[in-house]
Design a protein around this ligand. Sequence first.
Ligand code: NAP
Length: 309
Amino acid sequence: MKAIQIHQYGGPEQLIYEEAPMPDIREDDVLIRVMATSVNPIDWKVRKGNMKSTVVRTFPFIPGWDVSGIIEKVGKKISSFKVGDEVYARPDTTRNGTYAEYVAVRASEIALKPTKLDHQFAAAVPLAGLTAWQGLFDHGQLQAGQKILIHGAAGGVGTFAVQLAKWKGAYVIGTASEKNIEFLKGLGADEVINYESEHFENKLKDIDVVFDTIGGEVQMNSQKVLKPGGILVSTVGIKDDASIKAKGLQGISFMAKSLPDQLQQMAALIDTGKLKPVISKTFPLQEAAQAHRESEKGHTRGKIVLKVH
Ligand SMILES: NC(=O)c1ccc[n+]([C@@H]2O[C@H](COP(=O)([O-])OP(=O)(O)OC[C@H]3O[C@@H](n4cnc5c(N)ncnc54)[C@H](OP(=O)(O)O)[C@@H]3O)[C@@H](O)[C@H]2O)c1
């Protein structure tokens, strides 16, 4: 099969489009014919060699951990899915990934894809959608009527977080640059703060949950806007846990898990028009290097998708 493989850590030029062995499936796996995958910042962090402890690390390896596709084969133990099922998933990051024509994925990590979406839109959902869901609901304990501040609201994770928080009945405030303000209001944000011209920490107070996808100074200043007992959830690690605790706040850093029941719930929200993935650009798989260059600029609106079949 054709795939993008990485033979050594480095820049986007290390993404080599070439012939790779077809994946072997284990008895609890399915083989998916990949229709589309999407780019997440983890992909280029892995490519650079920054995430050696959590992902595949024997060369060559195939990056990419989002898939929407069609089941081609099922392992001996699998009765929950059948050949021909259209599924989506965020596969295990310690195995070869989805920048490939086929990928082997544990059946316990997949869900039927939303029926209303084509594969390219469906591939934009799993990793970013699961991260938003878990950040808001499992870790942030977000409830209807609460106020949430979402940093990086226009990004892959942020665009799901804004919509999911709104669906939950929260009051949603996002941060973004000027060009994304009206876009985010259209997604459901009640307020959008332009981080280039305004200091959110001077404008906000009594926030119940901050969902941080940016880190650094943005995260430090977020402590100032939370109400006592408020929760700071971060996708990029918590920097100063001592000061968070000293202020009577909770700081939670997490790595999103592959939970198919949450994929199913998101598929239902998508199919009933309550949630929609946002795609800024689609590239053919062969142009993965260009897609990484684009993602690494840090200003993607929604997701970048790679079309495979
Ligand atoms: N822990 C986990 O399980 C997990 C899972 C997924 C992602 N992550 C991490 O979470 C981070 C975000 O991921 P992502 O996929 O959402 O990234 P992304 O799509 O690349 O995010 C890009 C967005 O960030 C916004 N942005 C940049 N600087 C900003 C600032 N100072 N304030 C507010 N917004 C800003 C940009 O908006 P403008 O163009 O308007 O600036 C852009 O829309 C990454 O570091 C990723 O590795 C972690």
